[in-house]
Design a protein around this ligand. Structure first.
Ligand code: SAM
Length: 347
């Protein structure tokens, strides 16, 4: 198995034919336990059981402040996150799910009416296609507020193409917010093509530094880690093959806007207004920017822009501009950050 088409075929076969429910997975990589906030757990309880049964995600890439927004879910599978997003964007928003595996998409589509009746509105569309080419499913340039994805990009044999498509379809100021499996090294070529390792989201796992370089090449030099959990390998066959690699399920946030490759200090300060639904007391931009409501926090130029020039702009007061420079900003992530030690992107 060497070509991109063969890899896609192998992944489609795994999700369409081999797996029938999350119980069939050999590792926890695609279903890692990710503490979901209570308000999302409550929404989960209202989803159709068959949609939940076929959930193979590795996190909860469901950011706040989505009301009225257009959200695109890449590799939506049976539609769990799309239906959660349907509630989060509300009747004035729109959710689009794209997936290449007919068996998965069929489940998502089959329960569309069921959810629309329960929610009182229909705002979800499912499209059959490849995330490497979103033009073929009609997603226009600069048309999407937020792109989410749950344990999918690792499965693509053409990751730079997927990420380029994401930055094409995002509106200026839009956000990529996704959970995926990351590895602490490049996976050896022969293991990248192993159908089980690939299907289990291990063989194609993204090596953080290569991911960071792809984003940098796409004009996004500052990508943030929101949270991460280690993935444990339990299956002896899987351990024998790939036990030397450490895997993490990581939730990542990146914005489509001009940013610098390092954090620069312009003496700016940001104050969270406490106005995001379900987040009255604080807001976490990433794993090292915790904003308490009303409490001013010094921020670098990139963080100031992420807050002021995205949909979070209504929820923050950003004081100061970039007219005076004070040198580099010490904005290093904590030791747990996936990007710890990474050169270039600050945070
Ligand atoms: C691990 S599952 C995750 C599904 C869903 N996000 C969830 O959380 O349940 C991966 C999904 O991505 C889809 N997929 C993988 N590669 C794809 C590609 N290149 N284009 C479109 N869909 C893809 C598969 O068909 C499968 O449904």
């Amino acid at each position: 198995m060497t070509t991109s088409i063969e890899i896609s075929e192998s992944v489609r076969h795994y999700y369409g034919q081999v797996l029938q429910s999350s119980n069939d997975l050999k590792t926890s990589a695609c279903c890692s336990i990710d503490a979901m906030p209570n308000y999302l757990k409550a929404l989960l309880a209202g989803l159709h059981p068959e949609v939940l049964e076929r959930f193979y995600g590795c996190g909860s890439p469901l950011p706040p402040a989505l009301e009225g927004k257009t959200v695109l879910d890449l590799g939506c599978g049976s539609g769990r996150d799309c239906y959660l997003l349907s509630k989060l964007v509300g009747p004035s928003g729109r959710v689009i799910g794209v997936d290449m595996t007919p068996e998965q998409l069929e489940i998502a589509v089959r329960h569309r009416e069921w959810h629309a009746e329960r929610f009182g509105y229909a705002n979800v569309d499912f499209l059959h296609g490849h995330i490497e080419n979103l033009t073929t499913v009609g997603i226009a340039d600069n048309s999407i507020d937020v792109v989410v994805s749950n344990c999918v990009i690792n499965l693509s044999p053409e990751k730079p193409k997927v990420l380029a498509e994401i930055f094409r379809v995002l509106k200026p100021g839009g956000e990529l917010y996704f959970s995926d499996v990351f590895s602490d090294r490049r996976i050896p070529a022969q293991l990248r093509q192993d159908p089980v390792l690939l299907g289990e989201c291990l063989g194609g796992a993204l090596y953080w530094e290569d991911f960071r370089r792809i984003l940098q090449d796409l004009g996004c030099p500052d990508v943030r880690t929101v949270k991460q959990n280690p993935i444990s390998l339990d299956d002896p066959e899987v351990i024998a093959k790939i036990g030397m690699v450490k895997f993490n399920s990581v939730t990542v946030r990146a914005f489509k806007m001009p940013l610098e490759d390092r954090c620069e200090d312009f003496g700016q300060v940001a104050v969270y207004l406490g106005s995001i639904d379900q987040h009255p007391h604080s807001f976490d931009l990433d794993d090292h920017h915790h904003f308490e409501t009303g409490r001013p926090l010094r921020v670098c130029g990139n963080t100031a822009d992420m807050l002021a020039s995205s949909r979070f702009g209504d929820h923050f007061q950003v004081l100061g501009d970039k007219s005076r420079h004070f040198g580099l900003f010490d904005c290093a992530p904590g030791p747990q950050g996936a990007s710890a030690g990474a050169d270039g992107a600050c945070c």
